[in-house]
Design a protein around this ligand. Structure first.
Ligand code: IVH
Length: 729
C-alpha cells in the first residue's frame, strides 16, 4: 500500500534535502544523479496532484544546493537560476510546444550548447577588473571563492580594450570544470603520493574550489567555459552594444577574452534539436571534458522576455539530460559493507568494465530487497549502469538462461560483517543496519564524519588518522578525542611531535565551534547542516533542544516531522545521553542560553515601525543590498516576502524594478515607493502623502499572509537586467 501523499511528500523532501547537502555542501554524493532526479520527479508529480501541499520551502521551489559556512556569502544581484530537464524527444517536443504557444505567433530559433558537468560560477568585473567569483549556492546566495578562481588560467584578471570597452559592471556566468586529461594527471600524482584516487572530474573540481589555500587550487588545473551574462551595466548606458540575441552575447563574451565552447549550434526545429542531442549522447566521450547533456535556449532575447520564468527556472531554456550509460559484465561476488550510519549495503564485485567515462569494478546493489527483486547471483552476466557520477549500480541480470543448474538466490548475511552482531531491519525501512554502538565499521566512519569540514572541522583528523587512533585503542567514540594527549599521539606510527601537538591543538580549538556544527557532527540521521542551523536558529541551546517534544521540534521552520522524530529518538537513548555528557565535560559549546534574550533586547532598541507589515522590494537599491534590506524590514517588526499580494503594505521599487511586481502592485492598489520614501518608512512607519488614507479610527496595520502568494516572482528583475533590451525597445 502506498503511503498518504503528505507523508510521502515529507519523506521525499527530507531525502532530497539530505542529498542536496551531500552533493552541494559536502561534495560527497551518496546516490547517482539519475536516482536523485527520480526522487525530485516523484515529488513534483505528487505536488502537481496535490497543489495544496506545495510549500515555498519545498526543494521543487528552490534552486541548487545549500549555502555552506566555509566561505563568505555573496548575494547574487541577478539570481542564478536552475534549468528544467527533458529526458527524451517527447519531453523536448512538449517544451518546444510550450515555447511556441507562449510566443503567440513568432517563431523561435534555438541555440544548443553542451551541458558541462562542473560547477556554475559567476565572475564579476568592475570597470574591467576581476573583483569576485561566486558559486551558485541556492541561486540567490552563493559563496565567495575569488581567491581560488583567480588561479584558473581561463579566467581573465582584466578585460576590455579600445575596441571592446569594459562595461561598468559585467557578470559572466559559466562552468568551472576539470578536463579529463587534467583529472588523469591529478590521479597519477595522487597515486605517486600514496593518496586515495579522486572519484571523478566534477567532484575533483568542486573539491579544488573549496580549498582554503588557493595554492592548492592552482595545482589542480581547472578550466572555465562561459555561457551566460549576469548583471551588465554600461556607463553611460549609450555605450551598450546591441546584444539582442544569445548568439551576440556569446560573441561579446568571447571578444572580451572569455572562453566560449566551440560546439554551439543554432537550429530551427525541435526535431533537429533532438537529433543534435542524440548526436552528443553518442559522442560525449570524444571530448576532453565531461558533459551530461545539452542545454537548449531560445536565441532571441525579446522572445525570452515574453516567455519569462517559473519560480526556479527560465521557460526559454531546457536541459536535455543524457540517460545513464549501461554495459554488461560478469558479477564475480556480492559482498556487504557497513557505513557510518550502520547501514549494511550489498555491493557487486565486477569483472572491471568501462562505463560512463570510467572503469567500474564495484557497483551498488542498494539494499536487501533490491538484491531479491533483481535476483542477481555471483557468476551472472549483469547490466551495469553509470550516470557519469559517483556510484555505479547493477540494473539486473542480462540473461538468466546461462546460469548453472542448481544455482540459488544470494542470501543477505544475518550478521554484521565487521563485528558479528546480528543485523536488524527497522520496521518500515528498506535498509538493514548494524546497531552495535561499538561496531568498528560505523565507529571509524562516525569519528571521521565528526571531524570533517562540514562538521567540527578538525584539521589533520582524516580517515587514516581515525583508523590509527581506534586501532591503538585510544579512541572509542568522538568524545574521546578531547582527552587525547601529545604523549599518546607520538607513540603512533609516523606521528611526530609537531603533528601530535598540532592535532591536539586543533581538537581543542573545535570545542568552540558553533552549535549547528556540533549538532551536525553528532551524525544523527537526517540532521545535516541545514536542519541543524534551522534548529539552533529557533532553539538556542542543546539542552533546550533535548527537552523539546517531537511536536515542538517539528514546528520549527526547516525541521519537519521526519527529522523531529529521529532527533527526539536519538537524544532519548541512554547511551547517547552519556555520550553527550562526555562532550559537556570536555567543554564543547552547547549554545548560548542568553542568545534569544540578547536578540530580543537588540530588537527592542529599534522602533518597531513596520510591526506586522509586509514590504516587498524589487530591483536594486543604492544604499542597501538584498540582505540589508530584509534585515532593515524584519528588525523593525515587518516581513519581507518575495512577492506582492493584496496584503502587501508597500512595494519598494529600486533600479531595474521588476515589471510584473509593479503591475501587480498597481492593480491591487498597493503603494509603490522609491528608495528615499522607503528610508522615511523605515524611520517613521509613514507612507508618502499621496498614499495618505482618511483617518478612519485606529485601524490595525495589514496583517501579512505569506501563504496567500509567497512564491517569489523575482526573475523579472533578472530578465530585465540579465538580458539587456535591444536599443529602441
Ligand atoms: S545556462 C538560466 N548553459 O546546468 C540558465 N547552464 O541545470 C542558466 N550548465 O546551473 C544556466 N552547461 O551549472 C547553462 N551551457 C550551459 C550549461 C549550463 C552546464 C549547468 C549550470 C546550471 C545547470 C542547470
Amino acid at each position: 500500500m502506498s503511503p498518504e501523499p503528505a507523508v510521502r511528500i515529507d519523506d521525499l523532501r527530507t531525502q532530497i534535502a539530505h542529498h542536496n547537502e551531500r552533493y552541494h555542501t559536502l561534495d560527497d554524493p551518496e546516490i547517482s544523479d539519475a536516482d536523485y532526479d527520480a526522487l525530485v520527479r516523484e515529488l513534483r508529480e505528487l505536488e502537481a496532484d496535490n497543489p495544496d501541499l506545495i510549500t515555498p520551502d519545498s526543494p521543487t521551489q528552490q534552486v541548487g544546493g545549500a549555502i555552506s559556512a566555509t566561505f563568505e556569502p555573496v548575494q547574487h544581484e541577478v539570481p542564478m537560476m536552475s534549468l528544467d530537464n527533458a529526458m527524451d524527444r517527447d519531453e523536448l517536443r512538449s517544451w518546444a510546444d510550450r515555447v511556441v504557444k507562449g510566443l503567440d505567433g513568432s517563431t523561435p530559433r534555438f541555440v544548443c550548447e553542451l551541458k558541462f558537468d562542473g560547477l556554475a560560477m559567476s565572475l564579476r568585473y568592475e570597470d574591467g577588473a576581476f573583483v569576485r567569483a561566486a558559486t551558485r549556492g541556492d541561486g540567490r546566495t552563493g559563496e565567495d571563492v575569488t581567491a581560488n578562481v583567480r588561479t584558473i588560467d581561463d579566467v581573465p584578471h582584466q578585460v576590455g580594450d579600445a575596441q571592446h570597452p569594459a562595461p561598468r559592471v559585467l557578470e559572466v556566468r559559466g562552468e568551472v570544470y576539470m578536463a579529463k586529461s587534467a583529472f588523469e594527471r591529478l590521479n597519477e600524482r595522487a597515486a605517486a603520493a600514496g593518496d586515495k584516487p579522486f572519484v571523478n572530474p566534477r567532484n575533483s573540481a568542486a573539491g579544488s574550489l573549496r580549498q582554503k589555500d588557493a595554492a592548492k587550487t592552482a595545482a589542480r588545473e581547472l578550466s572555465f567555459f562561459s555561457y551566460q551574462l549576469g548583471q551588465l551595466v554600461f556607463d553611460p548606458p549609450g555605450d551598450a552594444p546591441d546584444l539582442a540575441s544569445h548568439g551576440s552575447q556569446l560573441e561579446f563574451i568571447g571578444a572580451l577574452g572569455f572562453p566560449v565552447n566551440e560546439h554551439v549550434k543554432f537550429l530551427d526545429t525541435v526535431d533537429e534539436v533532438a537529433d543534435h542531442c542524440l548526436h552528443w549522447q553518442e559522442h560525449r566521450h570524444d571530448l576532453d571534458y565531461e558533459i551530461d547533456g545539452v542545454v537548449i535556449k531560445v536565441d532571441d532575447l525579446r522572445q525570452r522576455d515574453v516567455l519569462g520564468f517559473t519560480s526556479r527556472a527560465p521557460r526559454w531554456a531546457i536541459a536535455y539530460k543524457f540517460p545513464p550509460e549501461e554495459r554488461t559484465t560478469t558479477l564475480l561476488d556480492i559482498q556487504v559493507s557497513v557505513g557510518r550510519t550502520g547501514r549494511a549495503t550489498p555491493f557487486a564485485v565486477l569483472d572491471p568494465v568501462f562505463v560512463g567515462g570510467s572503469t567500474v569494478g564495484m557497483a551498488t546493489l542498494h539494499n536487501r530487497e533490491q538484491v531479491q527483486v533483481k535476483d542477481v547471483r555471483p557468476g551472472d552476466t549483469v547490466i551495469v549502469r553509470k550516470a557519469g557520477d559517483v556510484i555505479p549500480e547493477v540494473v539486473g541480470p542480462a540473461a538468466t538462461n546461462e546460469r548453472p543448474e542448481g544455482s540459488v538466490p544470494w542470501r543477505f548475511p544475518d550478521d554484521c560483517p565487521a563485528c558479528g552482531t546480528p543485523l536488524t531491519q527497522p520496521e518500515g525501512e528498506a535498509d538493514t543496519r548494524c546497531l552495535a554502538p561499538d561496531c568498528p565499521a560505523t565507529r571509524d566512519g562516525k569519528i571521521a564524519y565528526f571531524a570533517s569540514r562540514g562538521a567540527m572541522d578538525i584539521e589533520g583528523l582524516g580517515e587514516q588518522m581515525v583508523e590509527k587512533l581506534t586501532a591503538a585503542g585510544l579512541v572509542r567514540d568522538s568524545a574521546d578525542l578531547y582527552s587525547l594527549t601529545v604523549e599518546q599521539l607520538v607513540e603512533l606510527d609516523r606521528v611526530g611531535e609537531t603533528s601530535a601537538q598540532n592535532l591536539v591543538a586543533e581538537i581543542q580549538k573545535s570545542v568552540d565551534r558553533p552549535l549547528p556544527k556540533f549538532l551536525t557532527a553528532l551524525g544523527v540521521r537526517h540532521l545535516g547542516p541545514s536542519a541543524s542551523a534551522a534548529l539552533t536558529g529557533a532553539v538556542h541551546t542543546l539542552d533546550s533542544i533535548t527537552s523539546k517534544s517531537v511536536e515542538e521540534l517539528a514546528a520549527v521552520d526547516g525541521v519537519g516531522g521526519v527529522i523531529a522524530t529521529t532527533v527526539s529518538e536519538w537524544f532519548s537513548q541512554e547511551a547517547n545521553q552519556a555520550y553527550i555528557e562526555k562532550f559537556r565535560s570536555a567543554g564543547v559549546n552547547f549554545g548560548d542560553p542568553d542568545a534569544a534574550e540578547r536578540e530580543a533586547a537588540a530588537r527592542a532598541a529599534i522602533p518597531q515601525t513596520l510591526e506586522g507589515r509586509a514590504v516587498v522590494v524589487t530591483g536594486t537599491l543604492s544604499g542597501f543590498n538584498r540582505e540589508e534590506t530584509a534585515e532593515a524590514i524584519t528588525s523593525r517588526g515587518g516581513k519581507s516576502p518575495g512577492s506582492v499580494s493584496k496584503k502587501t503594505f508597500a512595494l519598494v521599487a529600486g533600479e531595474s524594478a521588476g515589471a510584473s511586481k509593479m503591475t501587480k502592485a498597481e492593480s491591487l492598489g498597493v503603494p509603490v515607493i522609491d528608495e528615499a520614501e522607503f528610508v522615511v518608512l523605515l524611520d517613521t512607519g509613514d507612507l508618502p502623502d499621496r498614499y495618505a488614507v482618511p483617518d478612519t479610527a485606529d485601524a490595525p496595520p495589514d496583517q501579512t499572509d505569506e501563504t496567500d502568494d509567497s512564491l517569489p516572482d523575482q526573475p523579472d528583475t533578472a530578465s530585465a537586467r540579465q538580458e539587456p533590451s535591444p536599443p529602441g525597445t
